[in-house]
Write a protein that binds this ligand. Structure first.
Ligand code: GCO
Ligand code: MG
Length: 415
């Protein structure tokens, strides 16, 4: 075979011949894209958007997949630009999750073709393992303290603490199950009551107890879940300073990025934002004005590796580190890919790691593992996660939505 025919045969091998969307619900819903090439290489991408799964599935099936078939799987950048610029309607969680799924599956294929674990293709290891934080939550302060100590016992070196708030029936992040938490709990959104004053009066007392019990070494985190105004968030950040938080997350809604300036002016508690962002433009002002310390965008909701890499590079200019979202509504495909990304990215901070249920882990065979508070990424070519489609078929889609929040007088609030 001469050089030209060799090149053209590999081009043939690289042709994308099929792409299909799998929607399954092994304890919670996941959307997975599976891409196959002429040469028989299969790549997997996560396309899960909690509570809006079928919108992404339809965006892929009806709009992107027909144009993807026949393309060269090696041209990841051009395919990304084609679906981003080519849609005319740019950005948004549905669009960007669909593009992310294609991008992730194509990086998986490229790494498999190169016979390398994904982190090698990205530029190699910047660290041996990836620091993760787990979720400790309790119905009240003493229960939360117990849970934090249990997580410490399991080996976690960074722990997020959430708690039930006196006077409120339910609180964000507090689950009935000891290991798993899923807020998307019913077909139509369930309604939760919110009271910022009760929350603000309670949280500093909670962290005083937690810090006292856990000692100085363990990193502690907390998620405000978009509930406070900038002024309230400034007060909370300030009152938590004695307890040395690793970060305060989503202190106020970030559609108005400028809002973080006020919080910043009042507190040295580090700030993390970005799990619901889907493009570099959503975080540009926050990063360039140095209003945050950690950027939480993820592979699945922020346009895949191709786009997340650009966000991380922009953040690196300002010493802002990554702290990717890793709740259970991001599938093991996203988690595995994130661990490769985290192993490479120079300005890594921390990775969220909420455990998936056993059923989910079985449906998505994967090779990453947890060891002494860190995730270790394995050496399998690709990102190391697949989908057992036969097993997945036993768990059909189960429509569920995230809750909404209201104040006592009925006013709609941010959940
Ligand atoms: C987190 C998040 C999640 C979200 C969930 C919504 O910090 O892990 O806030 O718990 O609420 O991903 O689907
Ligand atoms: Mg969060």
């Amino acid at each position: 075979m001469n050089a030209t025919s060799q090149a053209s045969s590999s081009m043939r091998d690289r042709k994308i011949t099929s792409a299909r969307v799998n929607v399954c619900s092994p304890n919670r819903n996941f959307v997975t894209l599976i891409i196959e090439t002429e040469g028989g290489v299969v790549g997997y991408g996560d396309a899960t958007l909690n509570g809006r799964e079928l919108a992404v599935a339809s965006y892929l099936n009806d709009h992107l997949i027909p144009a993807l078939i026949g393309k060269d799987c090696g041209q990841i950048e051009d395919i990304w630009q084609y679906f981003y610029k080519g849609a005319y309607w740019r950005r948004g969680p549905v669009t960007m999750s669909a593009i992310a799924a294609i991008d992730t599956a194509l990086w998986d294929i490229k790494a498999k073709m190169a016979n390398m674990p994904l982190y090698q293709l990205l530029g190699g290891k910047s660290r041996d393992s990836v620091l993760v934080y787990g979720h400790a939550n309790g119905t009240d302060a003493s229960h939360t303290v117990e849970e934090v100590l249990r997580y410490k016992e399991m080996g976690y070196q960074a722990i997020r603490a959430q708690s039930g708030v006196p006077g409120l029936d339910v609180a964000y992040g507090v689950s009935k199950d000891k290991m798993y938490y899923e807020p998307a709990d019913s077909h139509l959104p369930s309604e939760q009551l919110w009271d910022t004053r009760a929350y603000l009066n309670f949280i500093p007392k909670l962290f005083e107890k937690v810090r006292d019990a856990v000692g100085t070494e363990t990193a502690l985190l907390h998620d405000g879940h978009h509930r406070m105004t900038p002024q309230e968030a400034a007060r909370l950040g300030k009152s938590l300073e004695p307890f040395d938080l690793f970060w305060l997350e989503d202190a106020t809604p970030a559609e108005n990025q400028e809002a973080f300036r006020l919080i910043r002016q009042h507190t040295t508690t580090p700030l993390a934002v970005g799990e619901i962002f889907n493009s570099i433009h959503d975080c540009r002002e926050l990063i360039q004005n140095q209003l945050i310390d950690f950027i939480r965008t993820t592979i699945v909701h922020a346009g895949g590796i191709t786009h997340l890499r650009r966000i991380a590079d922009l953040a690196a200019l300002y010493q802002i580190r990554t702290g990717s979202h890793g709740a259970t509504d991001l599938s093991p495909v996203c988690m595995g890919t994130a661990i490769h990304f985290d192993t490479w990215v120079p300005n890594f901070g921390i990775q969220e790691y909420m455990r998936h249920t056993e059923a989910t882990d079985e449906v998505f065979p994967h090779d990453y593992k947890f060891e002494s508070g860190h995730m270790i990424c394995a050496e399998t070519p690709g990102h190391g996660v697949t989908l057992d489609e036969k097993l997945a078929a036993k768990y059909p889609y189960d429509p569920r939505q995230l809750p909404i929040a209201r104040l006592k007088d009925g006013t709609m609030w941010n959940w």
